[in-house]
Design a binder for this molecule. Structure first.
Ligand SMILES: Cc1cc2nc3c(=O)[nH]c(=O)nc-3n(C[C@H](O)[C@H](O)[C@H](O)COP(=O)(O)OP(=O)(O)OC[C@H]3O[C@@H](n4cnc5c(N)ncnc54)[C@H](O)[C@@H]3O)c2cc1C
Length: 438
């Protein structure tokens, strides 16, 4: 019996429930952070067994295209897959799909067993939580009608794509990045799109006032109907009481036809397992500079982690939870160092991108706590940048169709250099030519 089991290849299907297979590292969450953690560990020579486990039935894939190229049909799902099955096999990473972990028993030495809803058990010596975040739900009447959708994962995107062909009118609820990206994609696909934003401006606090206003005007001039300070009161079906959404009724009584309602009102970090383990949780799993949770052994990475602000010069004690690909990658590298006994801090400067119609936004740094801005606008070339300063030092930039500005600011921040505000104001000046050492 034992010999037979040993001869079988290590795969998700060869071990009956509750028979321990491997006891190396268990990574829960097989997406951007989990994949990067496994890849970085192998690159660092980590030679223990790795189980990369996720609840989705798909092989791990990149999410950003879901609201952009994949929705528009310009890329195929296969091109979103991070790594081939051969890669995982060659690197001795056991990929487990379709298993949702509901409970973890953990000993004081950091080892334990994770229990899946299927009944399977996954023993581990070390644990990594890369469980990301889930879409925040809008709880109003009609929220369970067919065609009221969210966009967090591939199944959500497939459900949206399946309905798009028959729809004429779409209402997007939420003027954040995902809402605006999806709205732009759907508009490009010929739909009549209305965006409802509850707040007084677009994109919440992720960008400053000037960038939010720029996007508002740019989208409106491209034909998107954007309504600020507006919220939905209920979703309704046809008068015959069908199961599908047919309209959105606003708080002021206005009725908008909608065969699709797409809700993008932010995400909630998946802290359930961390809470059950008794780890410190505060808008995410609280981790130190080395991605270690409060038990000192579990690592938590990416969208789920609340970490010390990694930007040089940030206020002591300032913490942040970031939702971006770049952060998932860089943070996973920090965790990989931790798990191999090295203590290396977050490298580089957080950056982010969002493509909406022909507007290519790139953000370098974090604008929290800025006290001055410099606006660089080149109407003719469709370029727009806002540079953010704190006490005379550049801390971030939002750049639309201005990749050179973005690169210059990102490089300056990474090297601890400054871009003096007075010299930066002329949009004809190349920022990289005016960076200074202090
Ligand atoms: C539509 C869309 C567009 C985006 N566009 C951009 C962009 O343009 N630029 C950018 O920088 N970022 C973008 N992002 C954000 C980026 O994709 C995320 O920041 C990134 O995916 C975070 O990776 P993560 O691995 O930390 O978490 P996630 O990607 O959320 O992955 C977590 C995984 O864990 C699984 N999981 C959760 N709980 C359990 C459990 N108990 N058991 C098993 N599995 C579990 C989840 O199902 C999921 O597969 C976008 C996101 C979306 C949804």
């Amino acid at each position: 019996m034992g010999t037979q089991a040993a001869e079988q290849p290590a795969s998700a299907t060869t071990h009956p429930a509750s028979v321990p297979a491997h006891t190396g590292l268990l990574i829960i969450g097989a997406s951007q952070s989990g994949v990067q953690l496994a890849v970085s560990l192998r690159a660092l020579g980590f030679d223990e067994h790795i189980t990369l486990l996720g609840d989705e039935d798909h092989r791990p894939y990149q999410r950003p295209a879901l609201s952009k190229e994949f929705l528009q049909g310009t890329v195929e799902s296969e091109s979103l897959i991070f790594r081939s099955n051969d890669y995982w096999a060659e690197h001795n990473v056991e990929l487990v799909k379709g298993e949702y972990i509901v409970r973890i028993d953990k000993d004081a030495d950091g080892s334990g067993v994770a229990h899946a809803s299927s009944g399977r058990e996954f023993p581990f010596k070390r644990l990594a939580l890369t469980v990301g975040a889930r879409a925040r739900k809008l709880d109003i009447d009609g929220g369970d009608l067919d065609g009221v959708l969210y966009l967090r994962n591939a199944d959500d995107a497939l459900a949206l794509k399946a309905r798009v062909g028959d729809a004429t009118d779409v209402v997007v609820i939420g003027g954040g990045f995902i809402g605006l990206e999806a709205a732009s994609s759907l508009q490009k696909m010929g739909k009549n799109v209305t965006v409802l934003e509850f707040g007084p401006r677009l994109v919440g606090r992720a960008v400053g006032e000037e960038t939010a206003e720029y996007f508002l005007q740019a989208h409106r001039s491209r034909g998107l109907d954007i309504r600020l300070n507006t919220s939905a009161a209920r979703f309704t079906s046809n008068a015959d009481g069908g199961a599908s959404v047919a309209a959105v009724e606003l708080q002021d009584g206005t009725v908008l036809p909608a065969q699709i309602v797409l809700i993008g009102i932010g995400v909630i970090p998946n802290t359930q397992l961390a809470e059950q383990l008794g780890l410190a949780v505060d808008n995410g799993v609280v981790v130190d500079r080395f991605a270690l949770a409060s038990d000192g052994s579990t690592v938590a990475v990416g969208d789920v982690a609340n970490m010390p602000n990694p930007v040089p010069g940030s206020e002591p004690g300032e913490r942040i939870r970031l939702e971006s690909v770049n952060n998932a990658i860089e943070h996973a590298k920090v965790a990989a160092y931790s798990l191999t006994g090295r203590h290396e801090e977050y490298a580089g400067i957080p950056w982010f991108w969002s493509n909406q119609a022909d507007l290519k936004l790139q953000i370098a740094g974090l604008c929290n706590g800025f006290d001055a801005t410099v606006l660089r606008r080149d109407e003719e070339r469709g370029k727009f940048s806002v540079l953010y300063y704190r006490q005379g030092r550049i801390i971030a930039a939002d750049c639309v169709n201005a990749p050179l500005d973005f690169m210059a600011v990102k490089n300056a921040l990474a090297k601890g250099r400054n871009i003096p505000a007075d010299a930066a104001a002329d949009p004809a000046t190349q920022l990289k030519t005016i960076t200074t050492d202090s």
